[in-house]
Design a protein around this ligand. Structure first.
Ligand code: FES
Length: 107
């Protein structure tokens, strides 16, 4: 799978996201969450690996975890691992900020 450009530049990206916000992006047939934590951006699968609740409704903690609203499982934004290893890891995607724009690598 290719790298997909999701924003034209970082100014657009920063404008679209408040700190600790999550947005759902549709990339072709695929739905991906993009989240901001501080100055960093993280992309991950839309549905929780536990029972498929949409993570676009999740919260981001001060510690850089995404917390599913249904059963409060906590996934590390960088690694995707669940804090208590209660289910499989959240699938994460690389976010690349280049001069030509902001890309998500869907590999
Ligand atoms: S569905 Fe996400 S924690 Fe259960």
């Amino acid at each position: 799978m290719p790298s997909i450009r999701v924003f034209e530049n970082t100014a657009q990206l920063h404008q679209a996201f408040a700190h600790k916000s999550i947005r759902l992006l549709r990339i072709g047939e695929k739905k991906v969450c993009l989240a901001r934590h501080g100055q960093a951006f993280f992309a991950f699968e839309h549905l929780c690996p536990h029972q498929m609740h949409p993570l676009s409704e999740a919260q981001i903690t001060a510690f850089g975890e995404v917390v599913c609203p249904l059963h409060a499982y906590r996934f590390h934004l960088q690694t995707g691992s669940e804090a208590n290893q209660k289910c499989r890891d959240l699938k994460t995607f690389e976010v690349e900020i280049r001069q030509e724009g902001v890309f998500i690598n869907l590999y």
